[in-house]
Design a protein around this ligand. Structure first.
Ligand SMILES: [Zn+2]
Length: 314
């Protein structure tokens, strides 16, 4: 069964048009180093091409029209950063962010149609800190959240699981689905760092109670501790939820030697998490996974961990 999996990866130098300025961790160099590594991937992993931009209607599955308009105007007027928070932008950023979301949606279409079983959409800017009306934490549009709604609206799926292993808590994704019983959001992240959300006590609200799972991890802890938490809490929760599709917020800033993250995961940790996600996808979701790049700020470390992730999808 594993030999018949068709896996693809999306990357494109066009995402380098999002220029965050000198010295910014979410840099063009970071992305260029990643893309060079992805060129060296195993030959059975196809390259997935996407040119499309998310539409206004698709953005509004998650974001307020006024926020989309604010991003457009901030970029058009050459602002250095979004007015809503700590996200560096340039004139091209609006269009690049539309492409990153569009690629995630294209990937969902390709996986739903059976062209590929899993796709890693390696795009920038990242998305998981983006809320309905606020860009922050280097994020503009929340690709993974829009993809979840798209799978429900366009493909008629009901239960979507989002697994977020970026070192930072995905406050935007959590907030968007906090009251939603049909989108399960799980995050493994370093405790007590930006954005200072993601308490273990946040479990959802109202109908969504029980479909948010936060697993904050102590500073400097290694991958074994994260995998132990995964097996103890996340696996049973996913088995109970029985997702029809798995979306990954694949950040690689929990890797050892990341300049921003303070965890000490190795490449094998990312491979193990990928395999565990696959096992759930194979059991409940016909193997369907779309993985979307979030953080990862040591360029070489990001490249190694992302390749380990991609290989483990095979
Ligand atoms: Zn991060």
């Amino acid at each position: 069964m594993s030999t018949s999996r068709s896996i693809a990866v999306h990357y494109d130098s066009d995402y380098e048009r999002h220029d965050t300025g000198a010295g910014h961790p979410e840099s063009i160099l970071r992305y260029r180093t990643l893309c060079a590594a992805l060129e060296q991937r195993p030959e059975e992993i196809a390259r997935f091409i996407s040119q499309r931009r998310a539409t206004m209607q698709e953005l509004q599955y998650v974001h307020h029209a006024s926020y989309v308009d604010l991003v457009y105007r901030d970029c058009e007027t050459f602002a250095d950063a979004l007015r809503t928070g700590d996200t560096a932008i340039c004139e091209e950023s609006y269009d690049v962010a539309l492409r990153a979301t569009g690629a995630a949606l294209d990937a969902c279409d390709a996986v739903m149609s059976g062209t590929h079983q899993a796709i890693f959409s390696a795009t920038r800017p990242p998305g998981h800190h983006g809320t309905a009306n606020q860009g922050m934490g280097f994020c503009i549009f929340n690709h993974v959240a829009i993809a979840a709604r798209y799978l429900q609206e366009k493909h008629g799926l009901k239960r979507i699981a989002i697994i977020d292993w970026d070192v930072h808590h995905g406050n935007g994704t959590e907030a968007i689905f906090l009251e939603d019983a049909d989108v399960f959001y799980a995050s493994l992240h370093e405790d007590h760092i930006y954005p200072f959300t993601g308490s273990v006590n946040t479990k959802g609200i109202g109908a969504g109670l029980g479909t948010t799972l936060n697993l904050p991890l102590p500073h400097a802890s290694d991958g074994a501790i994260a995998l132990e938490q995964w097996d103890k809490h996340l696996t049973p929760a996913l088995e109970a939820f029985a997702p029809e599709f798995i979306l990954l917020s694949a950040g690689f800033d929990a890797r050892i030697d990341d300049p921003i993250g303070g965890l000490r995961w190795d490449d094998e940790t990312f491979a193990q998490m990928t395999r565990r996600s696959r096992a759930i996808a194979d059991r409940f979701a016909r193997g369907r996974i779309v993985s979307i790049l979030e953080g990862g700020y040591n360029p070489q470390g990001l490249a190694c961990a992302a390749l380990a992730h991609l290989r483990a999808l095979l």
